[in-house]
Structures are given as structure tokens and as C-alpha cells.
Design a protein around this ligand. Structure first.
Ligand SMILES: [Zn+2]
Length: 159
């Protein structure tokens, strides 16, 4: 497998890469730019100081390039877990506040969505600090506002 694509090309570093981004394409929709021989759904964006381009790679190649297969594998399983959690998010038992708004307490946050002129919005409050973050955009539906709140909460958790 290591003889494919850029693995056998001179001038392409074989180790010392770092992962600078990760994306789930939803289905196998790209080809690993390192081995040029694998359809990939989960894209590891790999960067090297001695190489001009960022390469979009599959898990196996990314693991070899950064010499840490466990890290690459964890990025992929974290992403799968998150996608599953996001799919279940709307089916969770949302409570209804005194104002009639759906809310959830989860992961140390209070998440509420509410109707607003022109659509739906939401607020995520960090229960530890009391800091409230308001959705920046208006969503067409309540469900979309809830999914936006999920993405916002995950972002707050990881930044
Ligand atoms: Zn590959």
C-alpha cells in the first residue's frame, strides 16, 4: 500500500506532517491525496513545513504521515460519535420553559430555542460561568435552530 501515489514520489515528505483540520464529507466522496488509491469520507487535512500544499488524506495515510495512528483514528471516531449524537439531538426530550420555549440542560450548558421575528433563534448559557451566547443567525424552523444550537454548544465546548 505504501508504494502508491505520493508515498513513492521523491520530494514528498513521508513523516513529520501535522493535522490542521478534519472534515466528514458524509459519504466517500474524495480520493486520498497521499496514496491516491483510497476513496475517503473522513478527510484529514495534513500540512508539512517542507511541502507547499495541504494534502487531504484518509485515516491510514494520515496516521503514517504524523506517525500517530491512534490520533488519526481518534479524530475519526470522535467525528462519528458526534454525528450520531447530532442525529439523536432532535429526538431528545426537550423541556418547555415557563415562556413556552423548548430547552435542554446538557454538557454544562442551558440550551434554549425560541421564535423570533422572521424565524427561530437560540441561546446557549454556560452554567458554570453564566455567559450566554446568542445565535447569530435566524433559522427557518425550530429543528434547524436546535441543530444550530447543538453545533454552537460543541464549538463552545472545544474552544
Ligand atoms: Zn491514503
Amino acid at each position: 500500500m505504501s508504494s502508491f501515489g505520493k508515498w513513492s514520489k521523491q520530494g514528498v515528505p513521508k513523516k513529520g506532517w501535522i493535522c490542521i483540520g478534519f472534515e466528514d464529507l458524509g459519504e466517500p466522496a474524495a480520493e486520498c491525496e497521499m496514496c491516491e488509491n483510497q476513496e475517503i469520507r473522513y478527510v484529514h487535512q495534513m500540512q508539512h513545513q517542507d511541502y507547499p500544499n495541504i494534502l487531504e488524506c484518509g485515516c491510514v495515510c494520515a496516521g503514517k504521515m504524523e506517525e500517530d495512528y491512534a490520533a488519526a483514528s481518534k479524530r475519526e471516531s470522535d467525528s462519528k460519535n458526534l454525528a450520531q449524537r447530532r442525529a439523536r439531538w432532535l429526538r431528545r426530550k426537550w423541556k418547555v420553559s415557563a415562556n413556552g420555549n423548548d430547552y435542554l440542560k446538557t454538557d454544562g450548558f442551558h440550551v434554549v430555542v425560541f421564535a423570533k421575528a422572521g424565524g427561530w433563534s437560540g441561546t446557549i448559557t454556560d452554567l458554570a460561568t453564566g455567559v450566554a451566547t446568542q445565535a447569530r443567525r435566524i433559522y427557518e424552523t425550530q429543528d434547524k435552530a436546535k441543530l444550530g444550537a447543538f453545533d454552537g454548544m460543541i464549538w463552545l465546548k472545544t474552544h
